[in-house]
Ligand binder design. Structure first.
Ligand code: NA7
Length: 297
């Protein structure tokens, strides 16, 4: 298929690369020039990338960025022909998704929201899990592309439901990780070796995919970004906004948002979201690693 891929960040670049490796004809564009993908053409603007494309796949940071590549100067809207499908794997507002889809529908363009879970390692390995909103026929049409980038697709309903699901998923990841981080912090403060705590967690009903994935990084104190804190912070805020619009309360998430706000202000935005732990450590006066050390206590 002829695919325009817009956004070559931590996730977008390996996704575009997997599309090219699977034999699709890929043209890439990134806001900051200089990023390339082996086997893909590079375009100078979103519109240039999308001119002859059958599918436009977007993976940029937030709602404003998606709006800009679709409808901004040099955005794709002006070059899209009826029958083209736009797929968006960014995590953005479900409400905005709906309005973007309506605007494109008026031109005969189909819109599929296709956020994913699995972070950098799954993007590189082509093992992402997509949660998708849109018409069944449009999703069916994209199946070869999903297959090149991921291992599973879940259709969650009409347009916007992929994004709504993603917020519900990341809400849980953020809260589960904070529970783990608080458990580690208290245990360490009370003199328990966190390296001994982790196998216990994994052997008990406290275990979770989030802990299994994050614990090795945390114990090595490797906070380099697989999923940057600034993006999880964005998702926490999107989920709270969606909750406000739906007139429901999410009190645990409200507290987690405060932790993210402080960690972000502390300069941890480009680290992994696991680095929210460092704030708890500071407050507790401990440092969590295989052999814990009391600092300043
Ligand atoms: P990254 O690594 O932060 O990459 C973000 C990408 O979005 C990157 O290509 C940016 O281009 C691009 N971007 C950011 N703002 C804009 C605007 N205004 N216009 C066009 N392009 C923009 O994020 P990830 O790859 O980890 O994640 C991408 C999405 O998937 C995100 O929604 C996650 O929550 C899930 P740059 O290179 O900075 O010029």
């Amino acid at each position: 298929m002829r695919v325009a891929f817009l956004g070559l960040g931590i996730m977008g670049r390996p996704m575009a690369s997997n599309l090219a490796k699977a034999g699709h004809q890929v043209t890439v564009w990134n806001r900051t020039p200089g990023k390339e993908v082996l086997g893909a053409q590079v375009a100078a603007s979103p519109a240039d990338a999308a001119r002859d494309a059958e599918v436009v796949w977007i993976c940029v940071s937030d709602t404003q960025a998606v709006e800009s590549v679709l409808f901004g100067p040099d955005g794709v809207e002006s070059v899209l022909n009826p029958g083209v499908t736009v797929a968006d794997s960014s995590t953005i507002s479900p409400v905005a998704t709906h309005s973007f889809a309506e605007r494109l529908k008026a031109k005969g363009v189909r819109y599929v929201d296709a956020p994913m879970t699995g972070s950098k390692i799954a993007a590189e390995g082509g093992t992402l899990i997509f949660m998708v909103g849109g018409e069944e026929a449009a999703i069916e049409h994209l199946k070869p592309l999903f297959a090149a980038m991921g291992k599973k697709i879940f259709r969650m309903g009409e347009t916007g439901k992929g994004q709504a699901t993603k917020l519900a998923m990341n809400l849980q990841i953020a809260i589960i990780y904070e529970a783990f981080a608080e458990g580690l912090t208290l245990a360490t403060k009370l003199g328990v070796d966190p390296a001994a705590l982790v196998p216990l967690i994994e052997a008990s009903m406290v275990r979770s995919g989030v802990v299994e994935y994050k614990a090795p990084f945390v114990l090595k104190r490797d906070f380099s970004a697989n999923f940057p804190l600034r993006l999880m912070y964005k998702d926490v805020r999107l989920a709270l906004q969606a909750a406000k619009e739906a007139r429901i309360k999410l009190p645990a998430l409200e507290t987690v948002e405060e932790v993210y706000e402080l960690a972000y202000e502390d300069g941890a935005g480009d680290l992994d979201y696991a680095a929210t732990l460092t704030l708890l450590e500071k407050w507790a006066g401990v440092e969590i690693k295989a052999a814990p050390v009391e600092v300043g206590a």
